[in-house]
Design a protein around this ligand. Structure first.
Ligand code: HEM
Length: 393
């Protein structure tokens, strides 16, 4: 059995490519040490994302199987651990806040936020676009939307590193999750006494008026939106900036035609796959995936990253190619009922980030190697060192 956790953390796309070519479905050791299956080819991953026989609720896991993060019950009652009809009800409520219209309405605000960060960068010769731009931008946007006080925002990075890092220990994860839970409980209590114009206050009101969201559902939704909302987005932003800064011709063409920036973001989403794996699923009955029998109760990981670079689906998949006719068919935001609720926001953030850096720092150049976070779940740059007005070294 392959211990993908360790191997993947350092070269996820290489490991996935080898596994995808060796076969469509592999027995693996999951990040929590339990046995699981990994699905690698586009057709099977796509089918798996929409297959109701692959459920997200952990009650379908066989005894002694998947353990995962062992979240406290109040945080476990989240969308990514639910199937219909519970999922349908909660998704409808949360979805009201993330309509494409509402997100498009945030454009001006997001532009200003990116400009303000660029103003801060402008005082420096060398910056790290992950630490100094992508992360604060993405944390700032989702925090503003949800109504998280500025003082708490720095904690998120520490929390996600402690939970998602490849060296995360069970004890470390448990302690961090307890800290996060206490934070969300305090935040929601504060919103309850003093509601604001933010999304969390709106969700509390929706609950109190119509008794629609339980206390646990509220806490876990807050947790999910913040947690899911900034890490993946920061990674998509940083990845888009890296692609732009790594190719002079591409940068020149984006300067002439900024309308092509969304195409870059979309292609980076495919190529990079910020969420390497879809949320783990459990077979509710005996199923066959890619011709391999999977017994009921077994854990299944659908590899978004492997699917997005499957040569059976995408021509020369390892290239970032803005002319690719089928980029939009990537699976980076999932598909079906669990399709990412934050996709319009994440796309807008990445577009505006590229546009701002391109406009404000036309001569920005990378002066040192980039580094990546060792993680089995997310693909993210740990640093992107850039000289703002300098020359290429
Ligand atoms: C503001 C940013 C974001 C927010 C608030 C957000 C939030 C969410 C939420 C709440 C879900 C669960 C939806 C459901 O079960 O109905 C979800 C699913 C998902 N998100 Fe996001 N997300 C964001 C950004 C991203 C980014 C940048 C990526 C990767 C490119 C991503 C990848 C995914 C994937 C793959 C799923 C589906 C998982 C599955 O079916 O297994 N998200 N997101």
């Amino acid at each position: 059995m392959v211990d993908v956790a360790r191997a993947m953390a350092h070269d996820p796309h290489g490991v996935f490519a080898r596994m995808r070519e060796a076969g469509p479905v592999h027995p693996i050791v999951a990040p929590d040490g339990s046995a699981a299956w990994l699905v690698t080819r586009y057709a099977d991953v796509q089918a798996g994302l929409g297959d109701p026989r692959l459920a997200l609720n952990k009650t379908h896991a066989k005894p002694g199987g998947y353990k995962g993060f062992e979240l406290p019950p109040a945080l476990d009652a989240n969308l990514l651990n639910m199937d219909p009809p519970d999922h349908t009800r909660l998704r409808r409520l949360a979805g009201q806040a993330f309509t494409a219209r509402r997100i498009a309405g945030l454009r001006g605000e997001l532009e200003r936020a990116a400009e303000e960060l660029a103003d801060e960068l402008a005082g420096h010769e060398r910056v790290d676009l992950v630490k100094d731009f992508a992360t604060p931008y993405s944390v700032g946007v989702i925090s503003e939307l949800l109504g998280v006080p500025t003082a708490s925002r720095a904690d998120f990075r520490t929390w996600t590193n402690a939970v998602l890092g490849v060296d995360a220990t069970r004890e470390g994860i448990r302690a961090t999750v307890r800290e996060m839970y206490a934070f969300f409980a305090r935040l929601l209590a504060a919103k309850r006494t003093e509601p604001g114009p933010d999304l969390l206050s709106a969700l509390i009101t929706a609950r109190d008026d119509g008794d629609r969201l339980s206390e646990d559902e509220l806490t876990s939704l807050a947790f999910l939106l913040l947690f899911a909302g900034y890490e993946n987005s920061a990674n998509l932003i940083a990845g888009s900036l890296l692609a732009m800064l790594s190719d002079d011709d591409l940068r020149a063409s984006l300067r002439t035609d900024p309308a092509a920036i969304p195409a870059l973001v979309e292609e980076v989403a495919r190529h990079m796959s910020p969420a390497l794996l879809a949320i783990r699923r459990f077979a509710v009955e005996d199923v066959e995936l890619g011709g391999v029998p999977i017994p009921a109760g077994d854990t299944v990981f659908l590899s978004i990253a492997a699917a997005n670079r499957d040569p059976r689906r995408f021509d020369r998949p390892d290239r970032v190619d803005l002319e690719r006719p089928d980029t939009a068919r990537h699976l980076s935001f999932g598909q079906g009922i669990h399709y990412c609720i934050g996709a319009p926001l994440a796309r807008l953030e990445a577009e505006l980030a590229v546009r701002t850096i391109l406009d404000r720092f036309p001569h920005a150049t990378r002066y040192a190697p980039t580094s990546w976070h060792p993680s089995v779940r997310v693909r993210g740059l740990a640093s992107l060192p850039v000289e703002l007005g300098g020359t290429r070294v």
